[in-house]
Design a protein around this ligand. Structure first.
Ligand code: ARG
Length: 467
């Protein structure tokens, strides 16, 4: 801003550069949503057909007008699907683009379609239909991911690996058990998807601008035609509600957080230091400079997409938090967040399903790691409680001394001699060695939901019946 003395010059310097014609162009740019809401064309046309059919059924428009409208809308549908439709930013959004084209195609009858409706209930309907379909896709995708984990869990019900807390070796578990932890997580995500579908299963159309309408419409009829359980019950809430989008994004954020934790484990497991798994070539990439490298890029990108999805949730919560009832234009900003999150989530679930199905599990490496780090120390303590009658706190102490001794001798607990162990507690017998191996350790954890292979097989069967 070197020269601010002329109003025209000042304005031009501020915003003149990229706009063809001053404020009008800026208004058009900030106002138009066609760039992204054209994604809703199929839902918009479906909704309009249901609305027009109801209007004719109720005698609000004539059967001839309805027929023309339906025919015109179907023509527009095929124009859009074959790439022949000319979207115009001047017409702001998908609703007005379609209505304007309808007028060109069928003339004045087109003007009757918008009777007893507003863009406010129209957009609420279109977006709901879109989110509902996306939720149904997500449900299927999660089912495939769960199936991949169930297969790997079954295959590895007996494969021992270290279980971690604080990423420090804690107790031996099985890889099958670890896989089933993810089945639980994605199973919860899937029930969140189902709940979200249930919550949103009400039709907004007919709420009109916010107050309802004086025309004798039948909202139950349109709800039924569009596959909803019934109509929404409050017209003000209907046009100001975006809970269905927020629930989609909350579900997506939690699911993505699960995917990200899995991604992180895959990154760790596939390092040469851990070497628990080998990713398939299909889901890894090489380095442009270091020929030996195989990078878990897909897992890393899943981890990163989570940031994006979580960001979308916060963005929409923030858009909504200050809005008075009912509709405000702010709400137009709901779509891009949901579209972006949906695309990211779909891709992340698909990539993870592929990685889980294809990865090679290195059972030898897992087993070797399972036995290190004194992972059976709790088994020794439990044995002292069971067989020598010690209170658990004392048993914990005695075991601590055994671990210290093993550390001193640079060996595992199972490698200590009976004499070594008896020097720590006289009641220890030869039988203790039965519980010090990792296999014995996992086999002993038979509590419901525990890591014993038979217990894990029961949980796999439970899930198989529900997947
Ligand atoms: N494009 C708008 C949106 O996505 C449609 C609703 C416009 N309603 C209005 N009263 N201006 O929210």
């Amino acid at each position: 801003m070197t020269d601010g003395n002329s109003e025209t010059k000042f304005s031009n310097q501020m915003w003149g550069g990229r706009f063809a014609s001053g404020p009008d162009a800026i208004m058009e740019e900030i106002n138009a949503s066609i760039g992204f809401d054209k994604k809703l064309y199929a839902q918009d046309i479906r909704g309009s057909i249901a609305h027009a059919t109801m209007l004719a059924h109720q005698g609000i428009i004539s059967a001839e007008d309805k027929d023309k409208i339906v025919h015109g809308l179907n023509t527009i549908l095929s124009e859009i699907e074959s790439g022949q439709f000319d979207f115009s930013r001047r017409l702001e959004d998908i609703h007005m683009n379609i209505e304007a084209r309808l007028a060109t195609l069928i003339g004045p009858s087109a003007g009757r379609l918008h009777t007893a409706r507003s863009r406010n209930d129209q957009v609420a309907l279109d977006f709901r239909l879109w989110v509902k379909e996306e939720l149904q896709k997500t449900e299927k995708a999660l089912t495939a991911l769960i199936a991949a984990f169930l297969d790997r869990a079954e295959e590895h019900a007996d494969t021992v690996m270290p279980g971690f807390t604080h990423l420090q070796t804690a107790q031996p578990v099985t890889f099958g058990h670890h896989c089933m932890a993810y089945v639980e997580m994605f199973g919860r995500d899937r029930s969140r998807v189902r709940h979200a579908i249930e919550h949103m299963d009400e039709s907004p159309i007919g709420a009109a601008a916010l107050a309802g309408t004086g025309f004798p419409i039948d909202r139950h009829m349109t709800a039924k035609a569009l596959g909803f359980a019934g109509p929404t019950r409050n017209s003000i809430d209907t046009v100001s509600d975006r809970d269905f989008a927020l629930e989609f994004l909350s579900m997506a954020s939690i699911a993505a957080t699960h995917l990200s934790r899995l991604a992180e484990e895959i990154v760790i497991w596939s390092t040469p230091q851990f070497g628990f798994i080998r990713l398939s070539d299909a889901f890894s990439t090489g380095s442009s400079i270091m020929p030996q490298k195989k990078n878990p890029d897909a897992a890393e990108l899943v981890r990163a997409k989570t940031g994006r999805i979580n960001g979308s949730l916060i963005a929409l919560l923030t858009v909504m938090k200050g809005l008075p009832l009912a509709y405000s234009k702010d709400m137009q900003e709901d779509k891009e967040q949901v579209f972006d999150a949906a695309e990211s989530l779909e891709l992340a679930i698909a990539a993870m399903t592929g990685m889980v199905r294809d990865m090679t599990v290195r059972t030898d490496r897992m087993k070797a790691a399972a036995g290190s780090g004194y992972s059976t120390a709790t088994d020794l303590a439990d044995w002292l409680v069971r067989e020598a009658g010690l209170p658990f706190r004392d048993a914990h102490h005695v075991t601590g001394r055994a671990v210290a001794l093993a550390e001193q001798k640079a060996c595992d607990l199972a490698d200590l001699s009976l004499a070594d162990l008896q020097s720590i507690h006289a009641d220890i017998t030869e039988k203790v060695f039965d519980v010090l191996t990792v296999e014995a350790s996992v086999a002993s954890r038979t509590s419901f939901g525990g890591t014993a292979p038979n217990e894990v097989r029961k949980q796999i069967a439970w899930w198989r019946a529900r997947n």
